[in-house]
Design a protein around this ligand. Structure first.
Ligand code: ATP
Ligand code: FE
Ligand code: MG
Length: 339
């Protein structure tokens, strides 16, 4: 089964052709990163406008690169939420237009289901597994069963991990998106230099909180600036990153123990983090857990993961119709309960 995936939930316009959820046939992505960097973050109106300009060419180039036509495609999968409403609407409208014109089935995909499915691209990784989702808008622990159905164990009560990275980067005067820059600087710093808080670590359950950590970084920086002390950006990054990773690893360890799963998939943009990869890799070796990270190119937003998730959704016998809408907020449970 060949699926055309379309992703426009944020600032990447992406289209991909994927066979049976795993085999990439082509992928074309137009990124707006540099455009938004000038503003220090994604400007929704600007993002929507660029999606409109790019979407047709991106889809056509995905077909060109795979040397395929609409006749080869079995279904169209599109991110329908969560994300920026105006951005999502461009992808959903395009997908509905293509579905109407070609008669191909339409599959609305939850963006986070896409991030999870990314771990199966180019591999034979199969559920069941525990999934740690760490992205710009989400920090969640999910169980994923054989049919690719999700159960949420817990999630962030305030900032997401990626959001915390981006906010701390901004406090340090680093440009958007800050996550990769903090990651790089952290490697040259001392992770014990600052004692930043480990949010909710003393609490049972699988919820996360990162806003206290961000405030602690802000307070430390303000104090040092007021005293005209020299600030080591590397030490701040390393100490911040240690605090984030300590919490992620410990909550994940508890969830694995509780559920008994022996495979862990790490998904979302922060799965690209080198520090997290090293620490979870060591943890996996020590505890006999199979830890799976998607390749870097599929950690951040892309359409291949949406085509892949669309395939698993189709296997569940679920399709959308032309009443499909775009949703800025879309709980995973709600999407899963759609017929
Ligand atoms: P969501 O998927 O929750 O809707 P999103 O699509 O904006 O949010 P992603 O594209 O999955 O998020 O990931 C982007 C986030 O990942 C940004 O916050 C970015 O800073 C962060 N990120 C990317 N690379 C790294 C890295 N190496 N270290 C830490 N964070 C990173
Ligand atoms: Fe994302
Ligand atoms: Mg992005």
């Amino acid at each position: 089964m060949i699926i055309l995936g379309i992703e426009t939930s944020c600032d990447e316009t992406s289209a991909a052709l994927v066979r049976d959820g795993r085999e990439l046939l082509s992928e074309v992505t137009a990124t707006q990163m540099e455009i938004h960097a000038a503003f220090g973050g994604v400007v929704p109106e600007v993002a929507s406008r660029h999606h409109v300009e790019d979407i047709t060419r991106v889809v056509e180039n995905a077909f060109r690169d795979a040397a395929m036509t609409w006749a080869d495609v079995d279904a169209i999968a599109v991110t329908c939420g969560p994300g920026l409403l105006g951005s999502l609407l461009v992808g959903v409208s395009a997908a509905k237009g293509y579905a109407l014109a070609t008669g191909k089935p339409l599959i609305g995909v939850h963006h986070i289901a896409g991030h999870v499915a990314a771990a199966t691209l180019g591999t034979d990784v199969r559920p069941p597994f525990l999934c740690l989702v760490v992205s710009g808008g989400h920090t969640e622990l999910l169980t994923v069963d054989e049919q690719f159905c999700f159960t949420k164990l817990g999630g962030t009560r305030d900032d997401a991990a990626g959001e915390a990275y981006d906010k701390v980067a901004r406090l340090l005067g680093l440009s958007y998106p800050g996550g990769p820059k903090v990651d790089k600087l952290a490697f040259a710093g001392n992770g014990e230099a600052y004692a930043f808080p480990r949010g909710l670590l003393d609490e049972e359950g699988y919820d996360f909180s990162f806003s206290g950590l961000k405030s602690a970084v802000n307070n430390a920086l303000t104090k040092q600036r007021n005293r005209r002390e020299e600030i080591s950006v590397e030490d701040v990054c390393a100490s911040f990153q240690n605090a984030v990773i300590d919490v992620l690893v410990e909550k994940t360890r508890r969830a694995l123990r509780h559920t008994g799963y022996t495979r862990l998939v790490v998904a979302g943009g922060v799965a690209a983090n080198r520090g997290l990869r090293v620490r979870l890799g060591e943890f996996g070796e020590r505890e006999g857990i199979d830890v799976v990270f998607p390749p870097l190119r599929w950690c951040t937003d892309n359409a291949a993961m949406i085509a892949s998730a669309g395939y698993y959704r189709a296997q569940q016998g679920k399709e959308s119709d032309l009443s499909l809408n775009a949703y800025a907020q879309l709980p995973l449970d709600t999407w899963q309960s759609w017929k």
